[in-house]
Design a protein around this ligand. Structure first.
Ligand SMILES: *Cc1c(COP(=O)(O)O)cnc(C)c1O
Length: 387
């Protein structure tokens, strides 16, 4: 038969195959599984957004090809939102591009700036797309381990000189998936200074900026002076407004970086359906209470689950952001072994940390994205666990 390309053959192995097999086996035995494995919000998209979509879909002007870079009105709504939320000024025409979900932009971005042999600095553990986008562009991922003793922040100053010389992009993602760690303005200030000195693009993934529970709201790298010279930020309506199925995101920041991504997109897609962008404008201008309700639900779930895990002696990384819990596996277990035990004894599916990269070994991730009733059932099952 036809052989796959080298780029497909080079993809990292799929580490969830064993868990998927076990999950299917349990389901076929009639086990009442609770799946805390996937990071996909269970709550519906807020009604005003759905209503805006219903109206927008009727308009014939939206039935044509959209503009490549996105509707100016949506990009203006993004700029207004960034101003309101982060006090960051963006020119909608040149510093914002609409994405078909941020995954699309994250995967395509290296194609605009990476030549074969260039290095991309990727965190580990991480969302897999940073590494895969790098490989597809012919670049070399260089892994920066995220360690608990550093608050799961990368030690970018330790990157060797010869690597730095070949490095062109560095990925950061805070609030972080999978560790739930957050970053401060001071971290970004140092990162931007270092990136300017070493001529490195900083690509920030801010997908979880609105999933927070503490006093201090997550920050954008673009709040830092000088960031506009070196940074591009990827954001999305997926997690903030329960819109993962809609596929709507944005990249903002340095003009040259935004334009480079735009050049790739012009050649591979034709933009997002304008009716979706129009509904996106409604989302970005929703009253804050709408998003606060979503946060309150996650907060309640987080507290219940954290308490249950602590009661059985499991150690949860302390964080007040994201809908994930990053939990240490007990001594004597690998991530895969312990996740297997949770599946066998509790009927609960979690993600082993090594699925996000080798430095995720020793942890597992719990997603709080199931209805509260089911989550409380999972809490009860975990409380009965004998470690
Ligand atoms: C969910 C997620 C995204 C957003 O994905 P969309 O394509 O916008 O739905 C981006 N980065 C991370 C780390 C995520 O977990």
């Amino acid at each position: 038969m036809f052989e796959y390309s080298q780029r497909i053959k080079n993809l990292p192995p799929y580490l969830f195959a064993e868990i998927d097999r076990k999950k299917r086996e349990k389901l076929s035995q009639g086990v009442d599984l609770i799946d805390l494995g996937v990071g996909d919000p269970d709550m519906p998209t807020p009604k005003p957004i759905v209503d805006a979509m219903k109206k927008a879909v009727e308009k014939p002007e939206h039935h044509k090809y959209p503009s490549y870079e996105g509707m100016l009105s949506f990009r203006q709504a993004v700029a207004n939102w960034y101003k309101r939320r982060f006090d960051v000024e963006l020119d909608p025409a040149s510093e914002v591009v609409t994405l078909i979900g941020s995954k699309e932009g994250i995967a395509h971005f290296p194609l605009a700036f990476i030549n074969p042999g260039d290095i991309v600095l990727c965190p580990d553990p991480a969302y897999p797309v940073y590494k895969i986008g790098t490989l597809f562009a012919g670049g070399e991922p260089y892994l920066l381990p995220l360690k608990e003793e550093n608050g799961f922040l990368p030690d970018f100053k330790s990157v060797p000189k010869d690597v730095l010389k070949r490095a062109k992009i560095m990925w950061v993602n805070y609030p972080n998936n999978p560790t739930s760690a957050t970053a401060t303005v001071d971290f970004y200030r140092e990162l931007v200074q270092w990136a300017r000195e070493n001529n490195i693009i900083v690509a920030s993934d801010l997908a979880y900026s609105e999933i927070y529970f503490g006093e201090n709201r997550p920050v954008s790298i673009l709040q830092v002076e000088g960031a506009m010279d070196v940074a591009i930020e990827f954001h999305s309506l997926s997690k903030t407004f329960n819109m993962t199925g809609w596929r709507l995101g944005m990249a903002v920041g340095n003009k040259n970086l935004v334009a480079g991504l735009g050049k790739v997109k012009t050649n591979v897609d034709s933009g997002q359906f304008q009716a979706i962008q129009e509904a996106g404008i409604t989302a970005l201008s929703l009253p804050e209470e709408e998003v606060q309700n979503i946060r309150n639900t996650y907060k309640e779930r987080r507290q219940a689950m954290e308490k249950a895990l602590q009661e059985v002696g499991l150690e949860v990384y302390k964080s007040d952001a994201t809908f994930y819990l990053w939990v240490k596996v007990p001594k004597g277990y690998s991530s895969a072994e312990f996740v297997s035990r949770l599946l066998d004894e509790c009927g609960i599916v979690c993600t082993p940390g090594n699925g996000f990269g080798e430095h995720g070994e020793g942890y597992f991730r719990i997603s709080l994205t199931v209805p509260t009733q089911r989550l409380l059932e999972a809490v009860d099952r975990i409380k009965k666990l004998k470690l």
